[in-house]
Design a protein around this ligand. Sequence first.
Ligand SMILES: C[S@@+](CC[C@H](N)C(=O)[O-])C[C@H]1O[C@@H](n2cnc3c(N)ncnc32)[C@H](O)[C@@H]1O
Length: 427
Amino acid sequence: MPAPRRRPLSAERLETLAALAGISRLELTIEKVVLGGDGLARWRDLPIFVPRAAPGDVVKARITERRPSYARAEIEQVISAGPLRREAPCPFYARCGGCQLQHIEDEAQLGLKAAAALETLRRLGGIDPAQLKRCVVEEPVAGRRWGYRVRAQVHVEQDEDGATGVGFRRRRSHDLIRVDRCPVLAPALEARLPELPRLLDEGAQAGQARPGRLSLATDGLEEDSLVVSAPPLGVLPGGELEIELLGRRLTFDARCFFQAHGGLLEALSRSAVGAFEGETAVDLYAGVGFFTLGLADRYRSVTAVEGESMAARYARNNLRLNGLRHCQVERGAIESWVDGRTGGEGLRPGLDRVLVDPPRVGLSWNVRRALLRAAPARLTYVSCDPATLARDLGELTRDFDLESITFFDIFPQTAHLETVVQLRRRG
Ligand SMILES: C[S@@+](CC[C@H](N)C(=O)[O-])C[C@H]1O[C@@H](n2cnc3c(N)ncnc32)[C@H](O)[C@@H]1O
């Protein structure tokens, strides 16, 4: 493939870059927060991305990366704080890579993230601006901002002295930041953190292999909610959790993907499933059947497709537990399933509804093509990455009209957010 042609740099930009080459520190005023959580400042005509910056901050920053179209800088000193800046509540925030927005007031975070996501949809996707204008952007939905996370992976490490520690990756590094608290975790999960090193040591003494990573999950936001671990660890059992979701039973375990914010599960499900109904629905990237259960109430036949065998097993179990005989689970890579290459019919024309909830990479080109070809009457896109969502909508809106966009703060204190987009086949 020929390399993409670069546009020549303007004389103004060349001058800016030459001037910047002789400078290592700058005073910058932060304009806004962009996708990924960095603050954006401008020096002459050059955008400069500054992590851990808040809108309105005036900072002294050290340049860490210079590129023709942007630069990066790290704050050395906040000269004057913008109106949304606060002291980060977590003592690990400065070093830990888990959160990106703790230095910004809780109530302001979602608005900043939603604005950055909308800007990404406008600029990146090639979505018809008139369509975006007609589309209803719903009030963003937030729940509790702390103690919300019902699922987490912690890394395990031994230092040179053999002492075991658990924690999260350091910002922009693979090093471990050992933590004994993490206030975004659900209370029952956070309470377990200090005892994990001891449990790991006891496991090792009993002959258990020391894992490099532990997956933890809980069934609620109470202090005494049940916690499970993968692999199982001493008093922390492995095995199944069960929650109630919109009157249905939903089981999963620490090995499966599960929506992270324990307080927004019902709102997210209701928003994605919506008030639509019909004969046939397909739930792609179904996981343990989180959205399948809601679709089951509204469609006479629902097919859930999931690639991971553990999650597909739980999805089948969840259909059985709830007596949903009109729903079925097919296991396979979506890229092959849509074209009928895993044995079934694939994504056929005439469907009333397709819901997609892909991982961060979004939809592959052949899944986008299959959706355009099958042209279901309604399409719901649940996304955890506005950049790939923008790319995919740029193509899908050739044949589908955008109806509504709803942002969910399912990862408060971080730069991430979940987006539910409702689309309708044109014509
Ligand atoms: C973002 S999760 C959504 C799961 C589910 N919809 C939920 O809300 O719990 C994406 C799911 O897609 C599955 N997955 C990722 N890539 C896939 C692929 N190429 N083919 C099939 N399944 C895939 C993952 O195993 C995971 O369960």
